[in-house]
Design a protein around this ligand. Structure first.
Ligand SMILES: Cc1ncc(C[n+]2csc(CCOP(=O)(O)OP(=O)(O)O)c2C)c(N)n1
Ligand SMILES: [Mg+2]
Length: 339
């Protein structure tokens, strides 16, 4: 695999390399927009006091989830973190069920008992969002072991934040994946911060992929600026994992435009940094490519936006009108040993 850590990033205004067919660009734009509008509405509901607990938005990172959907085979599995709404929407979960989950309603993705940080939708290949940093890495490694053991030809995609890199279970999961040559792609979504702590204050290297050889993993590293490139390179990683049964580490350089959670005003970063990162926003770049490369009008794109907003408003309405779970629901899916 190539590892272009030394190559300079592309010009954000250059739409030639990764914006090619109008059909694809439009489809991906719509999918990224669905995630963004869904989350903006979730944020509004949160500030209105309709959603309790924590709410971590994926705004800025949507292209990663959309690209993942693009490369998944039906037997593949996705394991993710607490910043997981984008994956659910991209993989095919109903926005109504996702919103209802955040509202703690019985119609939610996991019947209202999980909330924002514990999405799960097996039918759509989402084997869980996990709230405890890094602790899902051995879980994902177990999924990859299951695929190898069963011979189902599946690849597990395990997403983790840069904050998980200094956590013990990440090392344990990576070690077993390397030792047992498991078909798994570990994708580090490096958005520069874990809460307010920048990467340079949490690990001693800035290039995460230098860790890969120590676990016998192949690696790749690039900045996320389009769905097309992200999908192409994730597909290459998955091919290696599937065909050679070996783990691959992919570091994605990305950015979250909102604070860590709804209660974080993100004062640890300055305007220039945010503006620079915004120039790489795959959603914004795809919007520009649709206009400047594919000749779409502002009105047509506004119409599409209105459709997406209507879909997400319906999701909010569904959540608001859904019943709360029966009190007995809190005992469902809990294992009680017979004495
Ligand atoms: C083991 C553990 N320690 C601390 C926390 C509190 N915590 C929640 S999110 C977070 C930061 C994680 O940052 P990162 O992995 O970079 O993911 P991002 O939020 O940037 O997506 C921390 C420390 C936790 N959930 N689990
Ligand atoms: Mg982070």
């Amino acid at each position: 695999m190539t590892n272009d850590k030394d190559s300079p990033p592309a010009d954000p205004g250059n739409y030639d390399a990764y914006f090619t067919s109008k059909e694809n660009d439009l489809r991906w734009y719509r999918e990224m927009l669905r995630i963004r509008r869904f989350e903006e509405m979730a944020a509004r509901s949160y500030t209105r006091g309709k959603i309790s607990g924590f709410l971590h938005l994926y705004i800025g990172q949507e292209a990663i989830a959309v690209a993942t959907k693009e490369v998944l085979e039906p037997q593949d599995r996705v394991v993710s973190t607490y910043r997981t709404h984008g994956f659910a929407i991209a993989l095919g979960s109903s926005p109504g069920a996702c919103m209802a989950e955040m509202y703690g309603k019985a119609t939610g993705l996991v019947a209202g008992v999980g909330g924002s940080m514990h999405f799960f939708d097996r039918d759509n290949q989402l084997w869980g969002g996990y709230a405890i940093i890094g602790n899902h890495v051995p879980v994902a490694t177990g999924h990859a072991f299951a695929s190898k053991y069963l011979g189902d030809d599946g690849v597990t995609f395990c997403f983790l934040g840069d904050g998980a890199l200094a956590i013990g279970p990440t090392h344990e999961g990576w070690t077993l994946a390397g030792l047992w040559k498991l078909p798994i792609v570990f994708v580090v979504e490096n958005n520069r911060y874990s809460m307010g702590t920048p990467l340079e204050r949490s690990i001693p290297v800035s290039d995460v992929t230098v860790k890969a050889p120590g676990y016998n993993m192949a690696s790749d590293r690039f900045r996320v600026t389009s769905v097309a490139e992200t999908a192409e390179r994730l597909a290459a990683a998955a091919k290696l994992a599937r065909e050679e049964s070996r783990p691959v580490l992919v570091e994605l350089i990305t950015y979250r435009f909102r604070g860590h959670s709804m209660s974080d005003p993100a004062k640890y970063r300055n305007r220039d940094e945010v503006a620079e990162s915004r120039s790489w926003d795959p959603l914004e770049r795809t919007y520009n490519a649709l206009m400047h490369k594919h000749g779409m009008t502002e009105e047509a794109l506004e119409e599409l936006d209105d459709e997406v907003v209507a879909e997400m408003e319906a999701a909010v309405e569904f959540a608001e009108n859904s019943p709360v779970p029966e009190p007995s629901a809190r005992f469902k899916n809990i294992l009680v040993e017979e004495s």
